[in-house]
Design a protein around this ligand. Structure first.
Ligand code: ADP
Length: 496
């Protein structure tokens, strides 16, 4: 019990010294800090200066009447609990004091236990009041935090330069920001609530948003970015993500839309520039290449071995440059969709036989075996540009030869995988580390390590292969183990 009233400050107001001392003794024993006043005006002074949580107030004192003091204390601080002490504890005086705001009363002829009970009750009341105040304060803070959080989110959404639209699990728009309206040229009065098709004019992206909203793409990585053009000169890029609830259930989708028109224009200018420069360089370089061949032929025996070596190196370098230019032009044509324009039915076995025959000499020059495994019966014809197929397999098999040690094995295998024709180009060469597997399809990317450092190349072969396979609606995949070899798998959809 002692602990509960620890350090609580009690002011005893009584004109009789022995009563004041009696109160002090008992209160100190139960752990209260005691202040004393013999008159009402002094009591008020102490309260103003030092304060107290409880006042034990004698109602009968000379000078200011106890009731008057009570009223003044209440005015000073309503939270002070006043317990009136009366020599003649009549019901009327007690009721009157209570009406004026006294908390409790006790007779002057109290038993120590009675005082303890009254003080404990008062202390309990103070504690509960403080607790309630703390809870109220906490509630106020939480509410104001929520308010601030909401308005912060609202402001971020409003002023975000990217367009943002949020849908529910049924693909209905629940939220969109001004940037989204502006990017899609939507009427400023158009409200959320309708299906996504009412806001986005592109059918494919609407289907994607619908799929994401319905939880068909739970892994963030498998959601493709989507480019679309709502008007002739505007290109937008949309990235979608599912919105997941606490139990990982899909609640809808959030789509971020960015304007990439400027990037598209830049890309176009860059491509035009590359094509122009490549064309300009091609003929003079071819001439130099031919002339170097003549010089080397005519000078045999007439110049030193060293000079001849330099001329041969120069010729090799011009050949490398011509091949780079060829690759750049191919890539530009693929990117502009100019290749595969007139596809025709092709028997892929024939194309592969020709390429393998052509490259066999090169493989044998390195002591490698190059084999082609065909299925027993004929394969369905592919609708494709034969030149594109030649470019795809020419690049893949040349790479296999280049990035495999002397004496290695290269195998091309063709079969059916469902309705697709599947071609596997396998080598037991240097292999590629996992971390480079995505990068090698980027333009100009070449893995440079001890084994590949001295192999010449442009870093454009695989981007060309990927561009061509994509343009035919096919798929390319790679598996590789450093030191063991690489397998490129290509799937082409058949005519069916
Ligand atoms: P290039 O062969 O002209 O360097 P590519 O785009 O054809 O350019 O290939 C990019 C890189 O991928 C190569 O530099 C090489 O490091 C790696 N690579 C391609 N094919 C293979 C392969 N079969 N085995 C090992 N590495 C390969």
């Amino acid at each position: 019990m002692k602990n509960r009233v620890d350090a609580i400050r009690v002011l005893v107001v009584d004109d009789e010294q022995n009563i004041r001392d009696g109160f002090e003794r008992i209160l100190t024993r139960i752990g209260c800090q005691v202040l004393k006043a013999s008159r009402g005006d002094k009591a008020l002074e102490i309260l103003e200066k030092e304060g107290a949580a409880i006042v034990l107030l004698d109602l009968k004192m000379p000078g200011m009447d106890g009731m008057e003091v009570l009223v003044r204390i209440r005015k000073l601080d309503e939270s002070i609990l006043v317990i009136v002490v009366t020599g003649y504890a009549t019901v009327e005086t007690a009721t009157e004091a209570m009406k004026l705001g006294a908390y409790d009363f006790i007779s002057k002829r109290f038993e120590p236990d009675q005082l303890r009970i009254v003080i404990n009750r008062a202390w309990e009341k103070i504690r509960l009041t403080q607790q309630a105040e703390r809870l109220e304060e906490k509630k106020r803070r939480t509410l104001s935090d929520l308010d601030t959080e909401n308005s912060r989110l609202h402001t971020i959404m409003e002023y975000l330069p990217n367009g943002v639209v949020v849908t529910n699990a049924r693909g209905q728009v629940v939220l969109m920001n001004p940037a989204f309206r502006q990017l899609l040229d939507l009427d400023s009065g158009l409200k959320p609530g309708g299906p996504i098709e009412d806001y986005v004019p592109d059918k494919d992206i609407c289907n994607l948003v619908m799929e994401i909203s319905q939880g068909k793409h739970v892994f963030y990585d498998d959601i493709p970015d989507y480019e679309f053009a709502p008007s002739d000169e505007k290109y937008l890029l949309a990235k979608g993500q599912p919105v997941l609830g606490e139990r990982k259930e899909c609640l809808g989708a959030v789509i971020n839309v960015v304007d990439i028109s400027a990037m598209k224009v830049l890309d176009q200018l860059k491509s035009e520039f590359v094509v122009k420069v490549s064309h300009e360089l091609r003929s003079p370089l071819s001439t130099i290449h031919e002339q170097l061949a003549l010089v080397i032929r005519d000078m045999v025996g007439e110049v030193s071995e060293y000079d001849q070596h330099i001329l041969v190196r120069a010729r090799e370098k011009t050949k490398g440059l011509i091949s780079l230019i060829g690759d750049l032009l191919d890539l530009s044509r693929i990117e502009e969709g100019l290749i595969c324009h007139e596809p025709k039915p092709v028997q892929i076995e024939e194309v592969l036989k020709n390429i393998v025959d052509f490259l066999k000499t090169r493989a044998e020059g390195k002591g490698q075996t190059l084999t082609l495994a065909l299925p027993r019966g004929p394969l369905p014809k592919l609708t494709a540009d034969p030149l594109a197929l030649e470019s795809i397999f020419g690049n893949l098999i040349t790479n296999a030869i280049n990035y495999t040690q002397d004496g290695g094995k290269i195998k091309i295998k063709v079969d059916m995988a469902g309705i697709n024709v599947r071609v596997k180009v396998t080598d037991n060469g240097f292999g590629i580390e996992d971390r480079y597997l995505d990068k090698i399809f980027e333009r100009f990317y070449r893995v440079k390590d001890e084994k590949t450092r001295y192999i010449t190349g442009t870093g454009l072969g695989l981007p060309i292969v990927k561009g061509l396979v994509d343009s035919m609606g096919g798929l390319i995949d790679i598996e590789s183990t450093p030191g063991k070899g690489t397998v490129f798998t290509i799937l082409f959809p058949t005519e069916v």
